[in-house]
Design a protein around this ligand. Sequence first.
Ligand SMILES: [Zn+2]
Length: 199
Amino acid sequence: MYEGAVQDLIDELGRLPGVGPKSAQRIAFHLLAADAADVRRLADALTEVKARVQFCETCGNVAESATCRVCADPRRSDEVLCVVEEPKDVVAIERTREFRGRYHVLGGAINPIENVGPDDLRISQLMSRLADGAVTEVIIATDPNVEGEATATYLSRLIAPMGVTVSRLASGLPVGGDLEYADEVTLGRAFEGRRVVGG
Ligand SMILES: [Zn+2]
């Protein structure tokens, strides 16, 4: 197709989620035509994010030190834990300003087709966090799709026998979608109207 560096760039861009071959080509030629300073900033941002950002030891959220901002905040409640699939879901829920507890990021959802089982997620870490009894409610905020529902069912069966209240976000979220695509008002309402499952 193209020679050397241009093709390498198109190949790398094409490996990104949601970027097909045509988009990869368009982005590559956009970068070729862009100012060197703009491209340098992008390259620096990519290098920096890998050098500086890590995952929080406690909750699995993105962090710039061993502990993320939410876990480090003394004003937040230790009694309510919200379980989400990805760090981007933490951002979506924070935007609603409805939640003042802590988070636990699983790192995905149970998905037999993609060979993702419970052991591939941060579930044992979640159980360790619940062991000392400080958490009284776990809100499961996995995505409103098949994998998210399967994960929620699995977790509620695991957690409810521990005497912890397990709740699930209320319906009204776009079914089959991603939590992050719900607008703040809808997500906020789903939080307020959460229902207890099991326990
Ligand atoms: Zn954290």
